[in-house]
Design a protein around this ligand. Structure first.
Ligand code: CAA
Length: 263
């Protein structure tokens, strides 16, 4: 596998059709340095392009999903360096370049850019005692990888404003209750088991339909309702041009298991 090529992440295929990227900078609680993000983007592109992969899981360690952007790297940056090098902009590759569903399995700290990285994923599962937060205010700055926008859409303005102005953490249990995460589990082991199970289930469906489903749900975050519904209908209509729509509906009628062609 391509594992050996990476220094700050590990890539594996723990279940059929499931690619896993594990952030692996334990000494700094998976602080998200530019070299780490470069590796992450490369790994995600590779998994996205791999015909055998149907869903991707992004995780960290039991102690930290990621404790934020690398503060030591950021500390000396000037405005013009940040601006001219488009600092943090490449993080968005996650949301623009990856068509397969990206599931975040979050244990431990998911702070600042770590929280934002999780929010860029399509689905978050977490542990009850995980610690999410946007503590940038304590560093004299603000969220810079979409936190003020995605967290606000997820939890509403009142909670987001309080979290971002105070830097207070919120638990995985709260994340699940507030709709940031879809589910929370008691332990890291249970979290990984359930995340991989869900990823494997998704990977068992038609890739064409799965990618389209991910795309239309994510559009709901960007478009007004009428535009979103029209977009969905166009994509829905377009799937009548796929082979797997015929395969899936014929198999239902014949009480057979569909054999997806991913076309
Ligand atoms: N960047 C760089 N290094 C980090 C880091 C970060 N975001 N978070 C932790 N580390 C490093 C620590 O400096 C420490 O390194 P040393 O051993 O060399 O001193 C190591 O990881 C272990 O951390 P702690 O000793 O602090 O561990 P702890 O258990 O006492 O505390 C913590 C854990 C509460 C998560 C604490 O590390 C912390 O507050 N980290 C910073 C969290 C933060 O502010 N994140 C937001 C960053 S800004 C951002 O992300 C901008 C953006 O929007 C893109």
């Amino acid at each position: 596998s391509s594992d050996t090529a990476y220094k700050y992440i590990a890539v594996s295929e723990p279940r059929p059709g499931v690619g896993q990227v594990t952030l692996n900078r334990p000494k700094s609680l998976n602080a998200l340095s530019t070299p780490l993000i470069t590796e992450l983007n490369a790994a995600l592109r590779t998994l996205d392009a791999s015909p055998s992969i149907g869903a991707i899981v992004l995780t960290g360690s039991p102690k930290a999903f990621a404790a934020g952007a690398d503060i030591k790297e950021m500390a000396p940056l000037t405005f013009s360096e940040a601006y001219t090098t488009s600092f943090i902009e490449s993080w968005s590759d996650l949301t623009t370049a990856v068509k397969k569903p990206l599931l975040a399995a979050v244990s431990g700290y998911a702070l600042g850019g770590g929280c934002e990285l999780a929010l860029m994923c399509d689905l978050i599962y977490t542990t009850t005692d995980a610690q999410f937060g946007q503590p940038e205010i304590k560093l004299g700055t603000i969220p810079g990888a979409g936190g003020s926008q995605r967290l606000t859409r997820a939890v509403g303005k009142a909670r987001a404003m309080e979290l971002i102005l105070t830097g207070n953490f919120f638990s995985g249990e709260e994340a699940a209750r507030w709709g940031v995460a879809a589910r929370c589990y008691a332990t890291h082991e249970e979290l990984m088991e359930e995340t991989l199970k869900t990823a494997e289930k998704i990977a068992g469906y038609s890739k064409v339909a799965v990618m389209a489903a991910k795309e239309v749900v994510n559009k709901s975050q960007d478009l007004a309702l009428r535009d979103g519904v029209e977009f969905e209908r166009r994509v829905f209509h377009s799937l009548f041009g796929s082979n797997d729509q015929k395969v899936g509906m014929k198999a239902f009628a014949e009480k057979q298991k569909p054999e997806w062609t991913h076309s």
